[in-house]
Design a protein around this ligand. Structure first.
Ligand code: FE
Length: 241
């Protein structure tokens, strides 16, 4: 069943997204240029874009992407964000590191929010979910810079590939706003299971998603099976402001 979606994330935020993506492109070029200069200045070959390309360094800037229309300010600090929402269990380990030092950032706040198996976000009257807080929560990174959540594999809604929204705060500043993505083949497998299978086929996969195409592959989660569902990992390189 498709809920009517007066706020189509792609449609409503298209202008904002394009503006932001324009800014992102400039930001990424700036960051890479800066890293390159630094590597040259230090005379080291084990850092900088060449090392990133060679796979020697995995600390890269995570792409900034729009927070979309379903962000709210009042997410709760909690690890288990499910509130009984049905779906395939997902354990999410989100690491945060300082892209200028490649060191983990302890004490960062990681805020996630995503839709349920039916494609619905909590907390919005137009979704019929005003007052509900399911699938939203904040965790503080531990001394290894890792925040852990218990959630479910997200569903889909028209015009977007499957994603989890994320925002990272350090010392009260927003240092990153992004989206986390899933491998399409794995999503296909998950969506063959109840309750996802009760809905029609999704409209959008990673390659046809306007946001994913702008750097989304750098925010692709690494997933492995666990006893109840899946474990997902991502490390987000952020720039402190
Ligand atoms: Fe969304």
């Amino acid at each position: 069943m498709d809920e009517p979606r007066p706020l189509d994330e792609r449609g409503v935020t298209r202008r904002g997204s394009l503006l932001r993506l324009g800014g992102l492109a400039a930001g990424v070029v700036g960051a890479v240029g800066w890293a390159h200069e630094r590597a040259e200045a230090s005379g080291r070959s084990g850092s900088g874009p060449a090392a990133v390309a060679a796979g020697l360094v995995t600390c890269v800037l995570s792409p900034e992407q729009t927070e979309g229309p379903f962000f709210t300010e009042n997410d709760r600090i909690r690890r288990d964000v499910r509130d009984g929402r049905p779906g395939v269990p997902l354990s999410l380990r989100a690491g945060v590191l300082d892209v200028s030092t490649c060191k983990p950032i302890p004490g960062a706040l990681v805020d996630i929010w995503h839709c349920d198996a039916g494609g619905t976000y909590s907390g919005f009257a137009q979704e019929g979910t005003a007052g509900a807080r399911f699938l939203r929560g904040i965790q503080r990174t531990d001394r290894n810079g890792v925040a852990i959540f218990r959630t479910i594999y997200p569903g889909w809604y028209p015009g977007r590939t499957v994603h989890i929204h994320v925002r990272v705060y350090v010392g009260g500043d927003i240092v990153h706003t992004g989206q986390l993505y899933f491998p399409d083949a794995l999503t296909d497998a998950v969506f063959r299971r109840v309750p996802y299978s009760r809905r029609p086929a999704r409209t959008t996969r990673n390659p046809s998603d306007a946001l994913y195409r702008n750097g989304g592959s750098r925010s692709l989660l690494k997933l492995t099976r666990n006893v109840t569902g899946y474990a997902a990992r991502i490390t987000m390189g952020v720039q402190l402001r």
